[in-house]
Design a protein around this ligand. Structure first.
Ligand SMILES: Cc1cc2nc3c(=O)[nH]c(=O)nc-3n(C[C@H](O)[C@H](O)[C@H](O)COP(=O)(O)OP(=O)(O)OC[C@H]3O[C@@H](n4cnc5c(N)ncnc54)[C@H](O)[C@@H]3O)c2cc1C
Length: 358
């Protein structure tokens, strides 16, 4: 007989928000997390950007997800009497006349108007950064202080006796057709929120993962203004609440570990030197792996043969924006049996002929 409803593996953004929401609904929950200081959530900058990439793409479902995320984080701020989410204007600098032409085209398209705020003319005399082509001010950008957010939730989970700090080893997991057992805990369902480790997880490694490693610098730049987030040449520079700056991040698909490399540090430092006009000092350098599926959409649902073995993952490079809404969809499915949006349902991927023997 199960003694809890849900066993959740992982306390990154996915596991934290899902665990919090399920507990708030009255479900009995236990989270197991191995406190990895280089998890994707632990090192991410925490940005919410409505417009991303070279092609000025609107983030998926942005008009629904952004207000939902805002309300969710604000609600938790009131509960815990802390500030997690910071709104900050962004300036995206153009790098060519072609990019200006693309902006001119996009600003006329539906959906873009409320985000593309104002054209800022070129300013070769700018004291702080290179601005040969001008840029566009972007509305509704923000960042989440993820370390504070995760720490606050961890403390809450500890107070409520909802978390165990250890690694969940496969040898300690027993999964029968009835329920799940981990040490003395028996659960009706197990939900893996294990980030990029899902591709080593026997139940979900068959999914078409395309994780991307990223590296990020924390900097001291005393003379740099702190009034906005700057985007240039595919990089961003974020002034944080703590007085430092974060600069990143690159994408690599070959070596998937969280070890910072000298090559990437040099590349990031060179990119920053080309872009800002002030000296900077590197205070920290971190690496992590973004959990991404080939179609870049999140995934929720059950293992095709084991309905009580479940997953919430694939938050890609947008965990802060996606996690609250996706976790809510999952909670509604679990508690009220609401159908899952086909775009994020695990059943969009074929399991045929995987020959999985967990
Ligand atoms: C360089 C970089 C910059 C980024 N910048 C941003 C950004 O600005 N904005 C944004 O929204 N997103 C950003 N992201 C992406 C963001 O980090 C992810 O979308 C999100 O954090 C993924 O959360 P998750 O909970 O799914 O996975 P994770 O954060 O990886 O969490 C998984 C957790 O599970 C634990 N775990 C795994 N296996 C086990 C096990 N067997 N037993 C116990 N515990 C286990 C891990 O230790 C970890 O704590 C960035 C990522 C990187 C790498």
């Amino acid at each position: 007989m199960a003694n809890i409803d849900y066993l959740i593996i992982g306390q990154g953004l996915a596991g934290s928000i899902l665990g919090y929401k399920l507990h708030a609904q009255g479900a009995t929950v236990k989270i197991i997390d191995n406190r990895n200081k280089s998890s994707s959530s632990a090192i991410a900058a925490g940005l919410i950007d409505p417009i991303t990439g070279k092609r000025f793409a609107l983030s998926w479902k942005i008009d629904t997800l952004r207000p939902y995320a805002d309300d969710f984080y604000r609600d938790l701020e009131r509960t815990f009497k802390m500030q997690f989410l910071h709104h900050k204007m962004s300036l995206r600098l153009f790098k060519s006349d072609e990019e200006i032409a693309l902006y001119e085209q996009k600003k006329e398209e539906d959906g873009f108007k409320k985000y593309l705020h104002k054209f800022i003319p070129a300013d070769p005399e700018c004291l702080h950064f290179q601005n040969p082509f001008g840029g566009v001010q972007i509305n509704h950008t923000s960042y989440l202080n993820i370390p504070l957010f995760l720490y606050t939730l961890r403390k809450y989970f500890e107070r409520e006796n909802l978390i165990v700090s250890t690694k969940c080893e496969q040898k300690d997991l027993q999964i029968t057709s009835e329920c799940v057992k981990w040490k003395s805990i028996e659960a009706k369902k197990i939900i893996f929120c294990d980030g990029f480790k899902a591709s080593q997880n026997p139940y979900f490694k068959w999914l078409p993962w395309r994780h991307a490693k990223g590296e990020i610098l924390t900097l001291d730049i005393p003379k740099m203004p702190r009034d906005r987030i700057l985007h240039a040449n595919g990089h961003w520079l974020l002034p944080t609440k703590e007085g430092s700056f974060k600069f990143g991040a690159n994408y690599h698909w070959d070596t998937l570990d969280n070890i910072p490399t000298e090559t990437e540090r040099t590349e990031l430092e060179n990119a920053l030197s080309e872009f800002i006009k002030h000296p900077f000092k590197v205070i920290d350098h971190q690496a992590g792996v973004r959990p991404i599926l080939v179609d870049t959409k999140p995934v929720i649902g059950s293992h095709p043969q084991l309905s009580h073995v479940m997953i919430l993952n694939g938050l890609s490079s947008k965990g802060v924006l996606l996690a609250p809404f996706i976790a809510e969809q999952f909670v509604q499915h679990l508690i009220n049996e609401t159908p899952i949006d086909p775009e994020i349902d695990i059943r969009r991927f074929s399991f045929a002929n995987q020959g999985i023997q967990p």
